[in-house]
Design a protein around this ligand. Structure first.
Ligand SMILES: [Zn+2]
Length: 303
């Protein structure tokens, strides 16, 4: 067992494996880089976004970060262009990386990619409906769900507000997953960032479904865009009361270097959960579920 800097075993269930080549490619257009830097400055807690001078080994950088903070393992969203480098990194460190393949159901090979993700021992797939032309309950997505069942993959979903400038929030409502969750009781669905603004809908889904969980990842800056005041502690409190500890999965949404692993998020969320435990009668086991156990149950991963 690895003990993290906060004193318990921790698995980060939500991060992004972004390679040097991908960043280079994204921001080779100076206009695009400028826009991204502006968005980052206004809408996230990231202090900088620069094109790195030197190529890096993404896998080794992440292992250094995980070791620095004592994090047992990390779950990575993998785009098609990062796939090979991720597989290489995982070969070197098989117990540290979980992989979730980004899937766009509109592309012809979507089902093929889900199958490949399963065969290559990924733990999940990631779907991003607000970047599509149709909602997640559209019949075009059902073959993706069917293959995810066959491959025993966790389905991770981004609903709510997003840094993506062209996102269509009409397809970003988490309630859209209720029907697929009913139709695929054998699948588990994990909604990122407590629903990123659709927090009321998340709490209702806890009531209405059995196979939907949330991840806590990121700075949860969506709280600023609600018409009432919330804090991270309040978000955990409401989620614990409505869903219980077994439906909250810790994540950081770490992505870029030099920022690396977002330890500040781990610290903030751990302190929030610990402050609630006595008053809500939660135990050490519940804390362990949130910061480690739930994601292992949902993916079958063994760190
Ligand atoms: Zn993310």
């Amino acid at each position: 067992m690895v003990t993290s800097k906060i004193g318990i075993e921790v698995i980060d269930a939500h991060a992004h494996f972004i390679t040097y080549d991908v960043i280079k490619e994204w921001f080779s257009d100076p206009e695009r880089l400028k826009q991204a830097q502006q968005r980052v400055a206004y809408r996230t807690d990231m202090t900088e976004l620069n094109i790195p001078d030197e190529p890096w080994d993404t896998g080794e950088l992440w292992i250094q970060e995980l070791d620095k903070y004592g994090i047992s393992a990390i779950g990575m969203m993998i785009g098609p262009e990062s796939w090979d480098e991720f597989i290489e990194a995982r070969k070197r460190h098989p117990r540290r990386f979980m992989g979730y393949a980004n899937i766009n159901p509109a592309s012809d090979d979507a089902v093929e990619v889900v199958k490949r993700a399963g065969l290559e021992k990924f733990q999940g797939i990631k779907l991003y409906p607000s970047s599509w032309e149709f909602p997640i309950y559209d019949k075009r997505v059902y073959p993706v769900f069917e293959e995810a069942v066959k491959q025993k993959l966790l389905v991770i979903l981004h609903f709510g507000i997003t840094i993506g400038s062209k996102a269509n929030l009409r397809f970003g409502n988490p309630l859209d997953i209720q029907k697929p969750a009913q139709d695929f009781p054998e699948l588990n669905f994990m909604i990122a960032h407590f629903g990123a603004g659709f927090f009321r809908e998340i709490l209702m889904l806890f009531y209405q479904t059995n196979n939907v969980v949330v991840d806590s990842s990121g700075s949860n800056s969506w709280m600023q865009y609600l018409p009432y005041d919330l804090t991270v502690t309040k978000v955990f409190e409401k989620s614990l009361k409505a869903g219980g500890a077994c439906r909250i999965v810790f994540g950081t949404d770490s992505s870029f270097f030099p920022r690396g692993f977002r330890y500040n998020i781990l610290e903030e969320q751990y302190n929030a959960v610990k402050s609630l435990c006595p008053q809500l009668c939660y135990s050490e086991e519940d804390v362990d579920l949130i910061f480690r156990g739930n994601i292992l149950r949902l993916t079958g991963f063994k760190p």
